[in-house]
Design a protein around this ligand. Structure first.
Ligand SMILES: C[S@@+](CC[C@H](N)C(=O)[O-])C[C@H]1O[C@@H](n2cnc3c(N)ncnc32)[C@H](O)[C@@H]1O
Length: 240
């Protein structure tokens, strides 16, 4: 099976548990507000149409709808899209979910004011093809805002024996073949991410770490198999 199909199967199979965990986490004191604050600060005034790539079970989609945006969430894992569609979308914005590939989203150029993703970059194939396409999908003045982390700087193989205890399904999926097809899964520096944004022709590329999220992780715990990691936000623009 090709790498993307294996990833889709993995995330579909995990979708119900993933959605339940994210939903419970979102309800913990401080968590939802912290995320809404991150997106609110990252997206300029006037942003209306947002494409969320790799939306999963729709946690960020709903955060963005709460902020008043008109969100299109795309993902390739049918199970994730089912979980997303099963949850009500809060106003004052709106959301729709589509099965589509984040590497080559099927929209006309200049369709969106912003593109957002959370926890996609590390598991995205063909980043260097995807990012220029994302730039083309932005209207002039638009931005891309991505939150991720260096989840596996020691390499995914190291977690067989390390402090992270991922389950067999994860380790079976993210094997040598899959790891070889992912550009950022085992990145050791955010410079690798920033280089990809530079190569894609973005303007005004900025990154900052998000220590408040790490504080929340230490307070409330993290997903099974993980340990608290410092997350970062990358914002990159299209001036014209
Ligand atoms: C770790 S989950 C993150 C889900 C969601 N963004 C969140 O923050 O809860 C990664 C998601 O990226 C999706 N994904 C991976 N590669 C993709 C691609 N090429 N196109 C669309 N979705 C993709 C997976 O199906 C999965 O739902």
């Amino acid at each position: 099976m090709d790498t993307q199909s294996r990833l889709n199967t993995y995330w579909s199979t995990r979708a119900a548990d993933y959605a339940a965990f994210q939903e419970a986490r979102e309800a913990l004191p401080g968590v939802g507000a912290a995320w809404r604050g991150i997106w609110d600060e990252a997206l300029p005034d006037g942003v209306r149409d947002v494409l969320e790539v790799g939306c999963g079970s729709g946690t960020v989609t709903r955060q963005l709808a709460t902020l008043g945006h008109r969100v299109t969430g795309i993902d390739l894992a049918e199970g994730m899209l089912r979980e997303a569609n099963a949850r009500p979308v809060p106003g004052p914005g709106s959301a729709r979910y589509l099965a589509d590939d984040a590497v080559c989203p099927d929209f006309a150029p200049a369709s969106f004011d912003a593109i957002v993703c959370r926890y996609l970059l590390w598991t995205l194939m063909c980043t260097r093809e995807a990012l220029p396409r994302w730039r083309d999908l932005l209207r002039p003045g638009g931005v891309v805002a991505c939150v991720d982390a260096l989840w596996y700087p020691e390499g995914i193989e190291a977690i067989h024996t390390g402090a992270d205890h991922h389950d067999a399904a994860f380790l079976g999926t993210y094997d040598q073949q899959v790891r070889g097809d992912l550009d950022l899964a085992e990145a050791r520096s955010i410079e690798v991410h920033l280089d990809a944004f530079r190569a894609a022709g973005f303007d005004d590329i900025a990154a900052r770490s998000l220590p408040a999220l790490m504080d929340l992780d230490r307070r409330w715990g993290v997903a099974p198999g993980h340990r608290p990691r410092l997350q970062f936000l990358i914002v990159a623009g299209r001036r014209d």
